[in-house]
Design a protein around this ligand. Structure first.
Ligand SMILES: Cc1cc2nc3c(=O)[nH]c(=O)nc-3n(C[C@H](O)[C@H](O)[C@H](O)COP(=O)(O)OP(=O)(O)OC[C@H]3O[C@@H](n4cnc5c(N)ncnc54)[C@H](O)[C@@H]3O)c2cc1C
Length: 462
């Protein structure tokens, strides 16, 4: 491709900004990033309270966040934030130690069995499921793998045939059952369900294991995690500040038309002409949202295949509250509430996060899910009330809510569409209408997987 082609990128979150960064590093100079909000970072949103930044969105990373590290180097930032730590409570608010055998004599047999199963999973992922952990989902439904290895910073392209990979389309609980490792869900659920990624009976194993590959999960278990003093948003502000063409903010895109090999984008009422377009913003949103976000099919001249495929995408209703507490009610540490991570306890507080250990004048953030594939969505206000009641039960009542949002979170497809080759059909459309699809749904809803997908997309097509 000519290095001066005009490329429009929709969205100034991790996927869009890293697409700009990788294009620039390959010598493309004529890219334009259009962001709808008055800030960059997307779901990496770190507002300020009492002089410090807290997290409304992404919080942490691990050593294998190579694309995020590329962004840190490019934007001159570093993972220099407060160390994470957590404890556990039951739904009555008592502190418990679910993984401490000495304190749970009755649980010893189950814990020992679980340990064995964790080892077994580690072994089968390395042997039976070779290729499970490459970025993206190309070929998986057909029993192939194709993508960049995430094993080391080089991220070399790898590919191969492995029919066992078809199992990754199964809901994660069925995948575990098939492989005799049901108990490992007790460990995987913490960084999965409580982090808003849904329930194991509805989410294909591919998403779970590509995000929580064996190594990453062990980093969670050992709390060997990265955070950022100025919040995850600062990573992307760093990129924004060093791009030759920083993202343009407050862009209202009302129309995109693709004809005669050109892409016409109407931004704040003016038509702009491009040669190619990369969409990192939501492709499809099934319901009307209060924050005004819509999917690309609503403002593009969407073709039948785009409409057909993207209408299969669903997302999680994940709610975050930032709460003040009285100093005497401030939690001593962050807490997981495992009993609230089931579809039966939908809408309840699953985890709450105390970011700063040295002070009690900061907010804590709470996290809850309010939609399960097989049940009715709990209305936002009802869920908020449940979470605030739960904080009282936890002995950490909130005195005030200072910030809140219901996130368009973790777009994904369900097992049936995954198994029917949804990803290969979308991948086959890349470039077809001078349009490329990136962002969370193409890989997974964390900042590294999305940024890494942008890197691969640029490597593959530009
Ligand atoms: C509560 C929470 C906790 C999380 N925790 C972690 C974590 O600990 N670690 C981790 O790695 N990840 C975490 N994540 C996930 C991570 O933040 C996302 O996966 C990542 O930000 C996705 O990047 P993206 O660019 O694909 O999408 P987004 O971050 O959603 O960015 C998309 C951008 O597109 C813009 N946009 C949307 N529509 C339009 C339009 N029509 N025109 C122009 N612009 C548009 C949006 O405003 C946004 O800026 C968390 C997210 C949340 C909400």
């Amino acid at each position: 491709m000519e290095k001066d082609i005009r490329i429009c990128i929709i969205g100034g979150g991790p996927a869009g900004l890293s697409a700009g960064m990788y294009l620039e590093q390959k010598g493309y100079t004529n890219y334009t990033i259009l962001e709808r909000l008055d800030r960059v970072g997307g779901k990496c949103w770190s507002p300020t309270y009492n002089g410090r930044r807290y997290e409304m969105g992404a919080i942490m990373g691990v050593d294998s966040y190579y694309a995020v590290h590329d962004a840190e180097v490019f934007g001159h930032t570093d993972h220099d934030g407060p160390k994470l730590n957590r404890n556990y409570k039951n739904s009555k608010g008592d502190v418990i130690e679910p993984f401490e055998p000495k304190k749970n004599i009755l649980k010893i047999p189950r814990l020992l069995k679980m340990k064995k199963q964790i080892k077994k999973l580690g072994e089968i992922l390395e042997t039976k499921y070779v290729g499970y952990d490459v970025n993206g989902h190309r070929g998986v439904a057909e029993g192939r793998y194709e993508g960049c290895s995430q094993r080391n910073a080089k991220r070399e392209p790898v590919s191969g045939v492995n029919p066992n990979l078809k199992d990754l389309a199964l809901p994660f609980n069925e995948f575990c059952k098939k492989n005799g490792v049901e108990l490992i869900q007790d460990v995987w659920i913490g960084p999965f369900t409580s982090f808003g990624y849904g329930y194991f009976d509805e989410i294909p194993a591919a998403y779970v294991l590509k995000y929580l590959d064996f190594q990453t999960t062990m980093n969670f278990v050992k709390v060997n995690l990265w955070t950022w003093q100025e919040g995850t948003q600062s990573i992307w502000e760093g990129v924004q500040n060093h791009l030759k063409n920083p993202a343009r903010l407050n862009c209202n895109i009302s129309k995109v038309e693709r004809k005669d090999g050109k892409v016409y984008v109407t931004v704040n009422g003016e038509v702009e002409e491009y040669d190619k377009i990369i969409v990192t913003a939501p492709l499809y949103i099934p319901n009307k949202r209060d924050d005004g976000q819509v999917g690309m099919v609503d403002y593009f001249d969407a073709r039948e295949d785009e409409k057909e495929l993207f209408s299969k995408i669903d997302y999680e209703r994940y709610d975050v509250l930032a709460c003040e507490t009285k100093p005497e009610d401030h939690p001593e540490i962050s807490y997981y509430v495992f009993e609230n991570m089931t579809p039966q306890t939908l809408g309840h507080l699953m985890v709450y996060y105390r970011r700063w250990k040295d002070t009690k004048d900061q907010v804590i953030t709470t996290y809850a899910l309010r939609k399960h594939k097989n049940s009715k969505e709990i209305p936002y206000e009802e869920c908020k009330k449940m979470v605030l009641d739960d904080l009282k039960t936890m002995h950490n009542p909130a005195s005030n809510v200072v910030n809140e949002w219901s996130v368009y979170y973790f777009p994904h497809v369900f097992s049936e569409d995954y198994a029917a080759g949804w990803y290969d059909k979308v991948e086959a459309m890349q470039g077809k209408y001078d349009t490329y699809y990136a962002g969370e749904v193409m890989s997974f809803g964390d900042m590294d997987e999305t940024a890494e997908y942008s890197k691969e997309l640029i490597d593959r097509f530009f």
